[in-house]
Design a protein around this ligand. Structure first.
Ligand code: SAM
Length: 344
């Protein structure tokens, strides 16, 4: 088709309307999860009157709400009664192993309000998130237990692919590693499970300690992962053969990334390595993966100076810190790029 013909074909308003509706659909999802509707329905189906009575909804609007949830595939209606659709039954019922409530709470309470300020952030280059504007998004994020829990659950949803990838690396020549900003220990646990000769540790803010202990105990197995509480901008990192930074560098501006890599160089034993994973913007592509672009914008609105960077930029920061740039693996979970660099 020539560009002239292209201009004459009306694409219709469908693509734009579906973006508008996306916001409403996400309101339906968040309201249902906040009301614990799917958890209630896991015990058995109910009609609109019963659900309104039990969950404190007002008819007739509540019936439209339930029908709209059926419209987006989260409920099914049979003989006037509402049932969880299979996807809701698996991921949206509180207490089930694959429950996404923590992630959704983080999105609703933390990320979406930051995205609401996208216009300002795009104009000024500054985050909309107030804590980030004041210097540190974690200061407000770690304000209470529920917020910590929902954030850490979200991290585990986002690091599952990288955990598998890290556990597929060859760790046989190393005897210890520290996962810096390793959250509640899922990645470290997976690596030690696969390589039990390793002494694995997480270094993270002290507020994470109790969630870490609970989570690692729940993951079980005969696996020991230590926890050291501290601030990676003011404290030295624990010594180890390998230092890991997963989804950490993209939270911060270039100067602070370089500071973290210098601290890693101090902490890594001779012959050791640093491993970094982040979504990263792939070079050579005019349009990077959409997920990396969205991750970058999330950092723009939420973090203080963070964003996705190119693997080549990282290699130059690693060299500046003293490391020998090594391998770049772009074939990860589809979401992350893993970079490994060595210390002589
Ligand atoms: C985006 S999360 C990544 C978590 C995990 N590595 C992953 O891949 O899912 C960043 C982590 O850095 C930690 N963190 C933030 N600021 C820190 C600081 N100043 N010192 C130590 N850890 C910090 C957070 O608590 C959080 O666990």
């Amino acid at each position: 088709m020539t560009s002239e013909q292209h201009e004459n074909v009306d694409p219709g308003v469908g693509p734009i309307m579906s973006i508008v509706l996306g916001h409403w659909k996400s309101s339906l999802l968040h309201t249902a999860v906040e009301s614990d509707l799917f958890t209630f329905l896991a015990a058995g189906p109910a009609n609109a009157e019963e659900l309104s009575e039990r969950l404190g909804f007002a008819l007739p609007g509540a019936k439209d709400f339930l029908l709209a949830l059926a419209g987006i595939g989260l409920l099914e209606v049979r003989d006037g009664r509402f049932h969880n659709a299979p996807v809701a039954d698996r991921y949206l019922v509180g207490g089930r192993p694959q429950y996404l409530g923590g992630y959704l709470t983080f999105v609703r309470a933390e990320l979406n309000p930051a995205w609401d300020g996208l216009t300002g952030s795009v104009r000024t280059g500054r985050p909309h998130n107030r804590a980030a504007r004041e210097g540190n998004p974690y200061a407000a994020l770690y304000r209470d237990e529920q917020s910590i829990e929902s954030f850490l659950a979200s991290m585990d949803l986002l690091n599952a692919g990288a955990a598998t990838q890290l556990a597929a690396l060859d760790w046989s020549r190393y005897s210890s590693f520290v996962d810096v900003g390793g959250a509640r220990g899922s990645v470290a646990h997976e690596v030690v499970s696969k390589f039990p000769h390793l002494r694995g540790a997480v270094f993270d803010l002290p507020q994470v300690a109790s969630s870490f202990a609970e989570h690692v105990a729940k993951l079980g197995g005969d696996v020991a992962v230590d926890f050291t509480g501290g601030d990676f901008f003011t404290d030295p990192l624990p010594r180890a053969d390998v230092v890991v930074f997963g989804h950490v560098l993209h939270n911060w501006d270039t100067e602070r990334r370089k500071q973290l890599l210098r601290s890693a160089y101090e902490a890594v034993n001779p012959g050791g390595a640093v491993v970094v994973y982040d979504p990263m913007i792939t070079e050579g592509l005019e349009v990077p993966p959409f997920s990396a672009v969205l991750a970058s914008l999330s950092m723009l609105v939420w973090s203080s100076g963070g964003g996705e960077y190119a693997a080549t930029e990282l290699l130059s920061w690693l060299t500046e810190a003293g490391f020998q740039p090594g391998t770049v693996d772009t074939t990860i979970s589809g979401e992350d790029v893993v970079v490994v660099a060595h210390k002589d």
